[in-house]
Design a protein around this ligand. Structure first.
Ligand code: SF4
Length: 437
């Protein structure tokens, strides 16, 4: 008789395969790659909590329409898991909705619990709302539609909610930004969908309200600003991400000062623009590289290759460290897309070797890439791809952490604490930040 997953949870099997890797890292990566379901009782318990308001990408495995009425907007934005049979420490994780996931959140003996194939693996807590949620502007737009709070820590600002890299020759193959905007307009209706372009006046008003949060557990740690690539004039205005975003930065610094870091995520920019960002008050500039292997970059990010090119993208990342400092240049890597078929590596070993080579090159030059576990989203060119092996994600996290320690680098700035072992980090998109301790 074979041992079934029902009697032997994944977290337990992998803890034996990877001694020294915390249970929390294993569970977090498995939740990010396979997603979560919520029972009706678990959805009922979410009423009044901080629900989904992020919406730049769907970051779900199932489409809005496949999840059941209202689930994609009423589910918690993120959760923490803790305790359970393995005594896990409080760990933040992004909620990835997947109606077919083996992981389900249910209410068991009155307590929110994650179960894998019906076996409890950890307790769950939903985030409560910060004080500014629910406030509205005169036109009915709610404050959280302008800036959601992620992980009780990040003011997440999408200045431009679309991408000018358009169609199958330009859009990144793993990205659903343009598709998701179209879907959101259908699901939530135009009257509640925030503009594709953020209003600067509303934005600073919400940030000012966020600085007044009375609960330290929901204190804004950082401002993360992002959006799609800009290569044409936006509403007759700027035709590049620097000129488009600088007025927001200047307005924020004027309104709330320099206390809070600002992470600015755009496509690769010339160094004079990085200097302009820094001088205006940006503390980190992240031009997301997405994948280290050059051939895969060209395939998976064809717009980035067409308008900038891999070699220039990498060179600028290295040069930007002289302007922003170590920790201030942290491109995202879509962890796992290295194995997307039919183009990617066929074995975990080769894929991890490529990821490690990238960490080595970038970190040895003071660039600290950060990982976001690949969520195979509907509406992308890679939709329907099978989940990436958990072994890859764990081994890539270890490679990241080992290289980061080797070069004695600081945390990538603006994402909160990391490297102190489970229970320390707030970043919910990768288990790599929960290693150490
Ligand atoms: S550049 Fe690529 S990853 Fe970024 S928003 Fe555009 S399509 Fe998506």
């Amino acid at each position: 008789m074979t041992t079934t997953a029902a009697t032997n949870p994944t977290v337990e099997r992998y803890a034996k395969l990877y001694p020294g890797v915390p249970y929390e890292v294993i569970l977090k990566e498995d939740l990010l790659r396979l997603g979560l379901r919520f029972t009706p009782a678990a959805m009922e318990a979410a009423v009044g909590c901080r629900t989904q308001a992020y919406y730049l990408f769907s970051y779900n495995i199932s489409g809005h329409g496949d999840l059941g009425e209202g689930v994609s907007t009423a589910a918690p934005e993120d959760i923490t898991f803790h305790g359970g049979p393995y005594g896990m420490k409080r760990t933040w994780v992004r909620v990835v909705l997947n109606r077919d996931s083996p992981y389900v959140v249910d209410v068991v003996d009155g307590a929110l619990t994650i179960l894998e194939h019906g076996v409890p693996v950890a307790g769950v807590a939903y985030p409560s709302k910060p004080a500014y949620y629910g406030r509205t502007f005169a036109d009915g737009i709610r404050y959280e539609q302008v800036i959601p709070l992620l992980y009780n820590s990040y003011a997440f600002i999408t200045t431009f909610r679309a991408c000018h890299y358009w169609g199958d020759k330009e859009e990144c193959r793993f990205c659903d930004i343009n598709y998701n905007l179209r879907e959101l307009r259908k699901v939530t209706g135009d009257h509640v969908t925030p503009d594709a372009i953020k209003d600067v006046g509303k934005l600073v008003e919400v940030l000012a309200a966020m600085t007044e949060e009375p609960d330290p557990a929901k204190r804004m740690l950082t401002i993360i600003m992002t959006g799609g690539s800009i290569i044409r004039p936006v509403r007759g205005g700027p035709d590049n991400a620097t000129d488009f975003n600088l007025p927001y930065i200047e307005a924020i610094r004027t309104r709330i000062g320099r206390r809070v870091p600002i992470v600015m995520i755009t496509e690769s920019q010339p160094m004079e623009n990085i200097r302009r960002f820094r001088d205006a008050g940006v503390t980190s500039h992240n031009a997301n590289l997405e994948v280290w292997d050059k051939r895969l970059f060209q395939i998976f990010a064809p717009g980035k290759e067409k308008y900038i090119g891999y070699d220039l993208w990498v060179r600028r990342l290295v040069e930007a460290v002289d302007i922003m400092g170590e920790g201030g240049v942290s491109p995202n890597m879509v962890s796992g897309v290295e194995m997307a078929q039919p183009w990617g590596f066929g074995t975990v070993k080769e894929a991890v070797a490529s990821a490690r080579e990238g960490f080595e090159y970038l970190m040895s030059h003071g660039v600290i890439p950060h990982l976001d576990t690949w969520c195979v989203e509907p509406g992308t060119a890679l939709a329907g791809h099978p989940p990436i092996p958990l072994d890859f994600l764990i081994q890539a996290d270890l490679a990241w952490y080992e290289t980061w320690r080797k070069y004695k680098l600081p945390p990538f700035a603006g994402y909160g604490p990391m490297g102190g072992g489970p229970g320390v980090a707030v970043y919910g998109n990768t288990g790599s930040v929960d290693l150490g301790g």
